[in-house]
Design a protein around this ligand. Structure first.
Ligand code: PLP
Length: 388
C-alpha cells in the first residue's frame, strides 16, 4: 500500500471496505429482484436515519446540492418569502437557490464562526410571513453547528416550513426530524453516511408534501420535481418497480450496506463516537496553540474541525506538508476568512486512530514550517481528552 493517504476532508471521506466492495459488484438491472430489495431497504433505513417515521424518503442520483435544489424547487413558488439562518457559505448557496425559484429571501447572519442569536431569528420570523425557513445544521465552511431543535420550534411557531441542510451532519450529529418539527432534511452520500459521491438523500415530512400538493404553479425543475419521484420511491419501498430516471444502481447497493452498518452501530452510539473523536481532535488542535473558527465549543460541529493557522505559519505551506506526512486535509472555504484556516473532516467510519494520525501529520507539517511547539503535545492532549 505505497502512496496510501488518509482522507480527512469534509467529504468525500474514508469508506468502509464492505461499502466499496458493493460499489464494485457487477451492475444489476434496476429491475432485478435483489436491487429492488436493496433499494426498498435503503429507503426504509433512510427514514430511520432521519428519525422521521411519517416522512417520505427520496434517494436520488446527484450531490448534496441536488438536495438543496429539490427542497427549494418543490416548496417555493414565485413571490414566496424565505428566511435563511445563515452560518456561512452553504447558507449563501441555499439563498441563491431560493432566489432562483422566485423566493424573496432574507438572511439572519452572524459573523464567520458565530451563530445568530435565537432572538434575532425570532424577530425576523415575527416581521415577515415566511413560507420557508432554512438552517444549515453544520456549515462546512465554518464548522458551526446550528441548534436545530430550538430553531425548528421557532419556525413551527411562526408557520414556516423548516428545511435543514444536513449534508455535513446527518449520521454524525443528532437530528430528530419528526420530534423536532423539521419538515425537510437532506444529505449527500459522501459525508457522514459513508458512501462515495453521487447520491442525494432527502426526507420530506407531511407538511412539506402538503405544501407541494397545494402549489398553484408547476415545480420549476423537471429533474428535482418530487411528483416525478414519489411513485418510484413508493414502488421500491413496496418491493415493486417503477421508472422515472435510472437509479444509480451500484451506489444504492453501497448505500444499503452503509445504512445497515450505521443502524447496527446505533444512532446514539454513533453520535457519541463522533462527539468523542471530535473532542479529542479539538483538544489536540488547542494544545498545539491553534484557535478554531467556531467561537465556542457549544456551537462547534462534531463532524469536522476548522483550525486557524497559527501565527507565523503560512497556510499555503502547511497543508501540502501534512499531505506529505500522509493525511489529506482541506483548505478554507468561507470567502471572508478563506486563507486563515483549514478544515478536517472526521465523520463516518472515523476512529481515534484516524484522529491521532491526523494530529501526528499536522505536528509533522508544523515542525517543517518552523513552528515552535512541544512535539507530541497535540497527540497527548487528544488522548487525554478521549480517555476522560
Ligand atoms: C457538502 C455540502 C453541501 C453540498 O454537497 P455537494 O455534494 O458538494 O453538492 C451542501 N451543504 C453542506 C452543509 C455541505 O457540507
Amino acid at each position: 500500500m505505497k502512496n496510501r493517504t488518509l482522507l480527512m476532508i469534509p467529504g468525500p471521506i474514508e469508506f468502509d471496505p464492505a461499502v466499496l466492495s458493493a460499489m464494485g459488484a457487477p451492475t444489476a438491472s434496476h429491475l432485478a429482484p435483489d436491487f429492488v430489495e436493496a433499494f426498498g431497504q435503503a429507503l426504509e433505513r433512510t427514514r430511520i436515519l432521519f428519525q422521521c417515521p411519517d416522512g417520505q424518503p427520496f434517494v436520488l442520483a446527484g450531490t448534496g446540492t441536488l438536495g438543496m435544489d429539490s427542497a427549494c424547487a418543490n416548496l417555493v413558488e414565485t413571490g414566496d418569502a424565505a428566511l435563511v439562518v445563515n452560518t456561512g457559505y452553504f447558507g449563501d448557496r441555499i439563498g441563491n437557490i431560493l432566489e432562483r425559484y422566485g423566493a424573496k429571501v432574507s438572511h439572519v447572519r452572524a459573523a464567520p464562526g458565530d451563530h445568530p442569536a435565537l432572538e434575532d431569528v425570532e424577530r425576523a420570523l415575527k416581521t415577515g410571513s415566511y413560507k420557508v425557513m432554512t438552517i444549515t445544521h453544520v456549515d462546512t465552511s465554518t464548522g458551526v453547528l446550528a441548534d436545530i431543535k430550538s430553531l425548528a420550534a421557532l419556525g413551527q411557531r411562526y408557520g414556516a416550513l423548516v428545511v435543514v441542510d444536513g449534508v455535513c451532519s446527518v449520521a454524525g450529529e443528532e437530528l430528530r426530524m419528526g420530534e423536532w418539527g423539521v419538515d425537510v432534511a437532506f444529505t449527500a452520500s459522501q459525508k457522514a453516511v459513508g458512501v462515495p459521491p453521487g447520491l442525494a438523500l432527502l426526507v420530506a415530512g407531511p407538511r412539506a408534501l402538503a405544501a407541494l400538493k397545494a402549489r398553484k404553479t408547476p415545480v420549476g425543475s423537471y429533474y428535482a420535481d418530487w411528483n416525478n419521484w414519489l411513485a418510484v420511491m413508493q414502488a421500491y419501498e413496496a418491493r415493486k418497480t417503477a421508472y422515472f430516471g435510472t437509479p444509480a444502481v451500484n451506489l444504492v447497493f453501497a448505500l444499503d450496506v452503509s445504512l445497515g452498518q450505521i443502524l447496527q452501530e446505533g444512532l446514539e452510539p454513533r453520535f457519541a463516537r463522533h462527539a468523542r473523536i471530535s473532542r479529542a481532535l479539538k483538544a489536540g488542535i488547542a494544545a498545539l496553540g491553534m484557535g478554531q473558527v467556531p467561537l465556542n465549543d457549544a456551537i462547534a460541529a462534531h463532524t469536522m474541525t476548522a483550525p486557524r493557522f497559527p501565527a507565523g505559519v503560512n497556510g499555503a505551506d502547511l497543508l501540502p506538508l501534512v499531505g506529505k506526512a500522509g493525511v489529506t486535509l482541506a483548505g478554507g472555504l468561507h470567502p471572508a476568512i478563506k486563507n486563515e484556516y483549514f478544515r478536517i473532516g472526521h465523520m463516518g467510519a472515523v476512529t481515534l486512530g484516524d484522529a491521532l494520525a491526523t494530529l501526528g501529520a499536522i505536528e509533522t507539517g508544523l515542525a517543517a514550517c518552523g513552528y515552535q511547539f512541544q512535539a507530541g503535545a497535540g497527540l497527548a492532549a487528544a488522548e487525554q481528552a478521549y480517555l476522560k
